[in-house]
Design a protein around this ligand. Structure first.
Ligand code: HEC
Length: 124
């Protein structure tokens, strides 16, 4: 009897640690800038522009953010991610959570850091 209870306790401990290991891995995923570039070119470039300066083909009021400016680059990854995730109310910036996976949003956020260095032209 006590052996069975022990096995049940052990099994549930194992699954709890498996779940938290999974969550930990997701929380630590820093994003892949190369994959993010492909997403950026397909989805963001038309507004934010090839260099991220907010000078894409489409213009809006309020204007498209310059993602290379200190105002954007000085924000934490989590803050940029939240904007990508939820968009900005009453602006052209949409909520990408309806389009992209969490991983893809991290990829594109990682690419925004590349745009911030001005190195996008030479990025492979
Ligand atoms: C339809 C045009 C449009 C598209 C497409 C678009 N954005 Fe935006 N984005 C905007 C506008 C407009 C703002 C400024 C919103 C505001 O005034 O708060 C903005 C703001 C942002 C900000 C906030 C910058 C800051 O300083 O906080 C981030 C980050 C961002 N966009 C990332 C993206 C990413 C990544 C994509 C592609 C997945 C994307 N945007 C696609 C129009 C667009």
């Amino acid at each position: 009897m006590s052996l069975r209870i022990g096995a049940v306790v052990l099994l549930s401990l194992l699954s709890v640690s498996a779940i938290s290991a999974g969550l930990g891995a997701a929380a630590e995923y820093a994003g892949h800038a190369g994959k993010g570039k492909a997403l950026y070119v397909n989805l963001c470039i038309r507004c934010h522009g090839a260099e991220g300066k907010g000078n894409g083909a489409m213009t809006f009021t309020p204007p498209v953010a310059d993602l290379t400016a200190p105002a954007a680059q000085n924000k934490l990854d989590a803050t940029l991610l939240k904007t990508i995730h939820d968009g900005r109310k009453n602006t052209a910036m949409g909520a990408w959570k309806f389009v992209l996976t969490e991983e893809e949003m991290r990829d594109v956020a990682a690419y925004l850091r590349v745009l911030g260095t001005g190195a996008n032209r030479t990025f492979p």
